[in-house]
Design a protein around this ligand. Structure first.
Ligand SMILES: *Cc1c(COP(=O)(O)O)cnc(C)c1O
Length: 357
């Protein structure tokens, strides 16, 4: 994402924040749960609330073990470092977060390289994956990891079907490669598709879920995999300074989100669909289909760049982000109501109507 900043100086306050689903703030009930958390030394395995979150996540995902980490980026980087040796190659979609948005961490930390695969809506298919797998030889980098992003962020929040996921995982495993899922918005895919989460991730050796996107916490992501995988991941957590102490207060927020903020993702998806319907009525705006909580649309036919559109909307108190010259992104989340969507539509109409022709 080439995020447009949300500058505050001289601007009205943000009334509707569609900038990112990371803009959520802990609810009063979440804060109360955090205040009451039982805590201990996480680095010594003695924080009961963090342990409870890890146990619950491992069980939910149908895997052996889990590890609480400060961020999704750290989950991805630790997973790659655990699966790969320096010089190895990772196959991922060309728009994958690990390729575009993690500061080159894969090369800098694991010492691995990523090959970007093509495909519509942030997804590649079985044929594309097969074509990218080379015969093993002395010259080629060892191909050790296949990565998918559920949902595909730059792909418009698109949901990988469980059939496609299983197919991709089978091809990877047949070729001696491990599988990793960037599940930043995994629960959005689960709610939108109705597929049980353990079934959705069954083909993946490792995966993680972000609690700071639509699930609404301030800090935290959980990496899941086999006992052996998590054992090695622990060393990386320690090495990277991700080991914490009384992290139970943070883990309590995540447990609260698992209890209270998953089913409600359906509201975000309904709001996203409403936003798409309304935007399609605005002269010159072309929205992409929304499958979950992310809405992308083109401003090209309005004569406005994405940045010009977003800056003008921000003047009216509605925050969008941009992704390319004419591509705007709107994120629906627990801080945005159906009435807010109407406000965003009203402002969008106004911005386009006053665009210079
Ligand atoms: C946000 C995001 C990440 C990184 O998560 P952080 O918790 O912000 O570090 C990784 N992958 C995708 C698809 C994301 O949207």
């Amino acid at each position: 994402m080439d995020y447009t900043p949300i500058p505050a100086a001289g601007l009205p306050p943000v009334r509707v924040n569609l900038y990112s689903d990371t803009q959520t703030k802990p609810t009063p009930a979440m804060k109360a749960a955090m205040m009451d958390a039982e805590v201990g030394d996480e680095q010594m395995g003695l924080d009961p609330t963090t342990n409870a979150l890890q146990d619950r996540m491992a069980a939910l995902m149908g895997k052996q073990a889990a590890l609480f980490l400060p961020s999704g980026t750290m989950c991805n980087q630790i997973a790659i470092a655990t699966h790969c040796r320096p010089g190895d190659e990772v196959l991922a979609h060309e728009t994958a977060h690990i390729l575009t948005s993690e500061g080159g961490g894969c090369a800098a930390i694991a010492g691995a390289q990523i090959t970007g695969l093509k495909g519509a809506r942030g997804q590649y298919d079985a044929a594309t994956l097969r074509a990218a797998i080379r015969a093993k030889n002395r010259n080629a980098p060892p191909q050790t990891l296949v990565e998918v992003e559920q949902t595909a962020n730059s792909g418009g929040g698109a949901v990988w079907s469980v059939e496609r996921l299983n197919e991709i995982a089978a091809i990877a495993h047949e070729n001696g490669m491990a599988t990793h899922m960037d599940g930043a918005r995994l629960m959005n895919a689960v709610v939108a598709s109705g597929v049980a989460v353990a079934d959705m991730v069954a083909g993946f050796d490792s995966l993680w879920l972000d609690f700071t996107k639509g699930l609404g916490t301030g800090v935290g992501a959980v990496l899941v995999g086999s006992r052996e995988f998590i054992g090695t991941a622990w060393r990386w957590k320690q090495r990277m300074g991700g080991a914490m102490r009384q992290s139970g207060m943070l883990a309590a927020g995540c447990l609260h989100a698992l209890d209270h903020h998953i089913d409600r993702l359906a509201e975000d998806h309904a709001n996203a669909a409403g936003l798409v319907r309304g935007l399609a009525q605005v002269e010159g705006i072309v929205p992409e289909p929304a499958e979950t909580n992310l809405v992308f649309f083109s401003t090209e036919a309005t004569g406005l760049t994405a940045a010009a559109f977003a800056n003008a909307a921000r003047q009216h108190g509605v925050a969008f982000s941009t992704n390319g010259r004419y591509r705007v992104r709107a994120c629906l989340h627990l801080g945005v109501t159906a009435a807010d969507v109407e406000t965003a539509l009203q402002v969008s109409r106004q911005v386009v109507a006053s665009a210079p022709r």
